[in-house]
Design a protein around this ligand. Structure first.
Ligand SMILES: O=C(O)CCC(=O)C(=O)O
Ligand SMILES: [Fe+2]
Length: 283
């Protein structure tokens, strides 16, 4: 078998995501669905085997220098400051965010990460686990499968996701710190529960859970209603997490603004889809 088939990475004995007709597949699916229903989070420990993680770590080490670093200040809602609200309001509490994304075009046909993303059994299982009817690979060549590189002092401050779910694979932890913390179902579609959000920001909430993720763990997380963060990473070792993106319509790509902000580059396809003409295409 060639080196870069998904089967050489995923622990298929424990996670038979390719055997859709088996009872073990059904049991796994039932488990993940039940966990997602309870608190919006399911972790498949050791989804990628240790030898696969060794190769993915090498991929991350090799591509990390291509990461695009960005800095911003953000509140939990990714909204602008609203001076009409009291200063103590959670929407007015801003935190530094610094991180780097390695764009997806660093993961070509020889990439193990891409092999996992493109192996048909992988999205088929995730789609079923999430009960999503509309579920397609992202067609954005900078963003379909990326690595998030977090260095000493950086993290991802408390926030609610703007997307319905994220699918991530832990590749390497920082030397220390970097725990994933979340307060399940802290808000609903109709109730923001600002007091509970403030309690989490003030570190007085008893609803916060801490999840230690280890290299090889696959996490499916529904973060729209669960406040969550990545605690600051400490020490010289970088934290590497792969992010697999799926979207609701076939052929979708991100906006030029988003590509520039997250990846530091824009491709002709971003401009074309936004109705702008790429310079390279103007004759
Ligand atoms: O890096 C992680 O583990 C999760 C980051 C996160 O919350 C996000 O990308 O929205
Ligand atoms: Fe998030």
């Amino acid at each position: 078998m060639p080196d870069v088939t998904a089967e050489t990475y995923i622990d298929l004995d424990t996670y038979p995501i390719h055997e859709m007709d088996s009872m073990r597949y059904q049991a796994l699916l039932d488990r993940v669905r039940a966990e997602l229903a309870v608190d919006g989070c399911s972790v498949l420990r050791g989804f990628v085997r240790a030898d696969g993680i060794e190769r993915l770590t090498a991929e991350a080490d090799r591509t990390a220098p291509c990461g695009h670093r960005s800095f911003n200040r953000t509140n939990a809602y990714f909204t602008k400051d609203d001076p009409t609200l009291p200063e103590s309001h959670p929407a007015r509490r801003f935190y530094d965010r610094s991180n780097a994304f390695v764009p997806a075009d660093n993961f070509g046909p020889d990439s193990g990460l891409r092999a996992i993303y493109e192996w048909s059994s992988f999205p088929t299982f995730i789609k079923a686990a999430l009960n999503e009817e509309k579920f397609y690979p992202y067609a954005d060549p900078l963003a379909d499968v990326i690595i998030n590189v977090v260095e000493e002092g950086d993290g991802f401050p408390w926030h609610f996701d703007t997307n319905n779910y994220t699918v991530t694979l832990a590749i390497q932890n920082g030397t220390s710190g970097g725990a994933f913390q979340y307060a399940p179902n802290l808000r609903t579609a109709t109730e923001e529960n600002f007091d509970n959000v403030s309690a989490v920001l003030d570190e007085t909430s008893d609803e916060v859970r801490t999840l230690e993720l280890h290299p090889g763990d696959l996490q499916i997380f529904k973060g729209r209603y669960s406040l969550h963060r990545v605690a600051p990473v400490m020490g010289p070792r970088k934290r590497y997490v792969a992010i697999f993106s799926f979207v609701e319509e076939p052929g979708m790509v991100g906006s030029p603004e988003r590509a520039r902000q997250l990846y530091g580059r824009v491709l002709p396809i971003h401009l074309e889809r936004a109705g702008q003409r790429a310079d390279a295409l103007i004759d």
